[in-house]
Design a protein. Structure first.
Length: 420
């Protein structure tokens, strides 16, 4: 089988790593890919937001199955274009991708499904939004309605911060994404992520994870795309996961099917858990990054079979074989991230790292230049390991981190601390 993965981050490196282990995979192309992916698959330059270009590429390379990594091509309708052209695709339609692309849409679906989530108001006018904030007080959460690369959420602990966020959003700071806002009740609790494959009808859980969003140790400092993650998430016990399935996931997926836009792909549910009760924080329509890295390390080759069963509507007959193990990933980022940082700095020591079924350094933002690996982004490497315990996974991951020679990069030394 010839497989095409769209994307270029650590998530796509992990997907490629798992897919390559499956004997069904004859040829793997990742577009655009990165320097780490190039070591295990063919990388190709391709505008992945351009449906016609992706179709032409898939035809030229006789692709049998396409996995869409990031949200942007999904929100642009690339999965629809490919399916309409006759390809088998893992990833939701443009309409179903609104679960990530529009916060107000997700709130409406939760209303229709009676799913537990934060109370909210939806505003297209700054004065009405401010009146809502003044009436409800802080803490309160202000969200740009559209895709804002993870930066469109302001958790305001005081009223003035929330009012300023309204000015910023309606003032154009988030472009079109901020032309509408959702204002939510602040939820307390512990967050965890739940990953579920959905084929329009059947919902099959494939794992839980927790990430560390803050840049600093002890979960302090600025928000980032994620500085590390681990799976499973102890806070998401079997019992709470079942509640989330019964009260949130299945009802909302049924609401999607009922309105004529069944969901197909991986559903990433961000949950807030308090007193044994989960509530939905948000949906994403793709794997988390870096959560995907720990999930793929635990799933291995079967990930391809599961994604194919999902795309072909066969999840009712699929099963997930879970080892009773743990995985953990440490993100190495360029000094300065999530603020300004240098690009093009050289990373040494990568060649001597172990590459086994339980240790892998996934690349998130790298390129090969003059025979060396250089950093090309903020989050650059995802040093990932698996173990019988979380402690063992963490020790293995940090042993690899210590072999990497990159003076211009840093990582948090406490990934997994809550669970450890
Ligand atoms: P989102 O992009 O909607 O996941 O929001 C980003 C982060 O903001 C979440 O992971 C939470 O940590 C926080 N957050 C979002 N909504 C709420 C809420 N209603 N109450 C408390 N925290 C929230
Ligand atoms: N790690 C958070 C995300 O992928 O959205």
């Amino acid at each position: 089988m010839n497989i095409l993965i769209l994307g270029s981050g650590g998530r796509e490196h992990a997907l490629a790593w798992a897919v390559m282990q499956n004997p069904k995979c004859d040829k793997l192309i990742v577009a655009p890919g990165n320097a780490g992916i190039a070591a295990i698959a063919t990388c190709a330059d391709l505008d992945i937001l351009n449906g016609a270009a992706v179709i032409a590429f898939a035809e030229e390379h006789a692709i049998d199955f396409i996995i869409v990594g990031p949200e942007a091509p999904l929100a642009a309708g690339v999965a629809d274009d490919l399916r309409n052209a006759g390809f088998s695709v893992f990833g939701p339609s443009k309409e179903a991708a609104r679960l990530e692309a529009s916060k107000s849409f997700t709130k409406e679906i939760c209303d229709a499904a009676n799913a537990p989530t934060a109370g909210y108001g939806h505003f297209t006018d700054a004065e009405a939004a401010k009146a809502h904030i003044r009436a409800n007080g802080a803490p309160i959460v202000v969200k740009a309605d559209g895709l804002a690369a993870g930066k469109g959420v302001i958790v305001a602990m005081d009223e003035q911060t929330a009012l300023d966020a309204i000015d910023d959003m309606f003032g154009g700071e988030f472009g079109a994404a901020g032309a509408e806002v959702v204002i939510e009740e602040f939820m307390e609790g512990e967050e965890a992520s739940y990953f579920i494959l959905v084929d329009g009808e059947t919902c099959l859980p494939i794992g839980t994870a927790q990430d560390h969003k803050r840049v600093g140790e002890g979960d302090t400092g600025l928000n980032t795309g994620g500085m590390g993650a681990y799976s499973p998430a102890p806070v998401l016990s079997d019992e709470i996961a079942q509640l989330a399935m019964d009260q949130i996931i299945r009802p909302t997926m049924k609401a999607m099917a009922d309105r004529g836009s069944p969901y197909q792909g991986v559903l990433y549910a961000g949950l807030m858990i308090k007193d044994g009760q989960p509530r939905l924080v948000e949906y994403n329509v793709r794997f988390g990054d870096p959560e995907c890295q720990v999930l793929m390390m635990r799933l291995g080759a079967q990930a391809l079979d599961l994604m194919q069963a999902c795309a072909e509507g066969r999840l009712a007959e699929a099963t997930v074989n879970w080892a009773d193990d743990h995985a953990l990933t440490v993100v190495m980022a360029a000094n300065g991230y999530p603020g300004a940082y240098k690009k093009g700095t050289v990373i040494n020591g990568l060649n001597s790292l172990p590459e086994t079924a339980h240790e892998m350094c996934f690349h998130a933002g790298t390129a090969a230049r003059d025979g060396q690996i250089v950093a090309t982004g903020g989050r650059v490497l995802n040093v990932t390991a698996r173990g019988a315990t979380l402690r063992e996974a963490a020790d293995r991951a940090y042993a690899m981190v210590d072999q990497i020679d990159w003076p211009e990069g840093f990582c948090r030394r406490d990934i997994g601390w809550r669970a450890l």
